[in-house]
Design a protein around this ligand. Structure first.
Ligand SMILES: Cc1cc2nc3c(=O)[nH]c(=O)nc-3n(C[C@H](O)[C@H](O)[C@H](O)COP(=O)(O)O)c2cc1C
Length: 278
């Protein structure tokens, strides 16, 4: 294969919209304004945040003059609805610049049902939903409003949660956002081929082989460490040793490990999720 020649392009405002291809989640966010009126609009600048802590959150970026951002600032609540590919036209309808107070969903085939923990409604046709409350708002100067939100509830259409990831991906049929051209034409991937790739073991992370310890560990603690999936074992080793050192303990004990895992939300049930399903 010949090495491709790289061309440098100008880095401009909205560079990701300009040229960069950034596959993203497509969502329709529902909010209520101060008078309790529903607003809905698509948002893709949304991502999981601080995923390893006991209180997982989401981070989202909004135009500060958007109805959605103003409503979130006013009410502290929003719902992230992930529409299926079959409803992309309806999703695009909610992107129109309707005046404030207009419920964009009235112009679509979307219907609403009550949410479980927050007041803005859930879109019934969306298979994957997150109900959120605001934890922190950062107003970037002359730019986006960044919302860090607590995930109050995650809801899925019946049957989806029990499926393997492969089957769930297919059943949900979520479109992938591929950006826009001139803020006029929006590109999406639908009916895509899903491939899976096994994560290989690094030579030093195979169960039973030596792991680098920087202080003594009790046998119990070592045994517990070996039950941690290889992919996160090094991280847990480092975190546990840091906690032991901070506590002035010369040895890593099972009690220290348990405490750390509990604080970080790494319950046995949670750790089990990282073990390979046969
Ligand atoms: C697929 C898609 C994704 C979008 N993602 C964002 C986003 O992440 N942030 C943003 O500020 N606007 C985004 N927009 C634009 C808003 O949806 C649009 O400005 C909308 O009119 C805002 O409505 P609102 O004022 O009711 O909140 C997106 C639009 C589309 C079609």
């Amino acid at each position: 294969m010949t090495t491709p020649v790289k061309t440098s392009v100008p880095i401009r405002a909205w560079w990701y919209s300009d040229i960069w291809v950034f596959p993203k989640l497509i969502t329709v966010i529902t909010t209520l304004d101060g008078e309790g009126r529903i607003n809905a609009a698509p948002y893709s600048h949304i991502m999981q945040y601080d995923v390893m802590a006991a209180n997982p959150r989401m981070i989202a970026g909004f135009r500060q003059d958007s109805h959605t951002f103003k409503n979130i600032v006013e009410t502290g609540e929003f719902v992230v609805n992930c529409p299926p590919a079959s409803m992309l036209d309806d999703m695009m309808e909610t992107a129109r610049f309707y005046p404030s107070g207009v419920n964009e969903l009235d112009h679509t085939k979307f219907t609403t049902i009550p949410s479980t923990k927050v007041k803005p409604p859930t879109i019934a046709e969306c298979p994957q939903i997150a109900e959120c409350t605001v934890e922190e708002i950062v107003r970037l100067d002359k730019s986006s409003g960044i919302v860090i939100a607590k995930v109050e509830a995650l809801l899925f259409d019946e049957g989806l949660a029990e499926m393997s990831r492969f089957d769930r991906i297919k059943a949900m049929d979520l479109p992938i956002g591929l950006g826009d051209e001139s803020r006029a034409d929006y590109f999406h991937a639908v009916d895509y081929t899903v491939t899976t790739h096994a994560l290989g073991e690094a030579p030093n992370s195979v169960r039973g082989s030596a792991i680098e310890l920087s202080m003594p560990w009790d046998d119990d603690a070592i045994q517990a460490l070996m039950t941690i999936p290889p992919g996160v074992r090094k991280m847990v080793t480092d975190m546990t040793e840091a906690v032991a050192a901070e506590a002035g303990s010369p040895t890593v004990t099972l009690a220290i490990m348990n405490k750390l895992q509990e604080d970080a939300g790494m319950t046995p049930d949670m750790m089990d999720r990282f073990r390979k399903k046969e």
